[in-house]
Design a protein. Structure first.
Length: 74
C-alpha cells in the first residue's frame, strides 16, 4: 500500500513536470513573438522621436528668423 501511494505520487509529479514543460514551451514561443513586436514598436517610437526633434529644430529655426527680421525692422 505504501509503495502504491509513493508510485502514484511520483506519477503525478511526472505528469506535472510534463505539463509544466509544455507550458514553458508555449510561453517561449509567445515570448519570441512579443520580442519581435517590441522591437517593431521600439523602432516606431525612435522614428517618431526623431521626427519630433526635427520639427522642434525647424520651429526653433523659424522662430530665430522671425526674431532677426523683427529686430532688423526696428
Amino acid at each position: 500500500m505504501k509503495i502504491t501511494n509513493e508510485y502514484n505520487r511520483l506519477q503525478m509529479g511526472i505528469v506535472k513536470v510534463a505539463e509544466t514543460r509544455t507550458k514553458v514551451g508555449e510561453m517561449s514561443i509567445e515570448l519570441e513573438k512579443k520580442k519581435i513586436l517590441v522591437l517593431q514598436l521600439q523602432k516606431e517610437c525612435e522614428d517618431f522621436l526623431n521626427k519630433i526633434v526635427e520639427q522642434k529644430k525647424s520651429a526653433s529655426d523659424r522662430e530665430r528668423v522671425c526674431l532677426f527680421v523683427f529686430i532688423d525692422f526696428l
